[in-house]
Design a protein around this ligand. Sequence first.
Ligand code: MN
Length: 175
Amino acid sequence: MAKKAEPELPWFVIQKHDATRLHYDLRLEVDGVLKSWAVPRGPSLDPRDKRLAVQVEDHAFDYLDFEGVIGERQYGSGAVIVWDIGRYRNLSEADGEPVPLGDAIEAGHLKVWLEGVKVIGGFALTRTDDGAKPQWLLVKIRDQQADPDNDPVSARPESVLTGRTIEELAAETGR
Ligand code: MN
């Protein structure tokens, strides 16, 4: 059997969710669960933008590629599409040493490299308010992938899995 040069990278997903308020759920696979943030305006590739990201409850890993409609009586009811998905690399460091992502989240600052379809490159998440629903800021790192002229949130609204927009999904399912 061939030996793997390095373990497989963990997954991330960004789900577009038409709940009470439309938002984008950024989820990072960490230690078998999906650490999750609700980002009302979605990610920006412009390093000057600071996007609010409210940390929400962890989701089960199985939710990674969920696309469909959450029933009306359930929490988060509304349509969900997989807006972007891929692997990520943890770039978090402290004093020049790598920091496991779970520890970086605890400490309130992390850096990841996202290998998505629409969103590629380095992003930083920094906690700014540690309440019941901790508030973070999601910011594009200044790297080769930074691009203020490319706004995938408006230019690429469709699911990367099925090509459907969230409106098409909702219409198909009659909600
Ligand atoms: Mn959500």
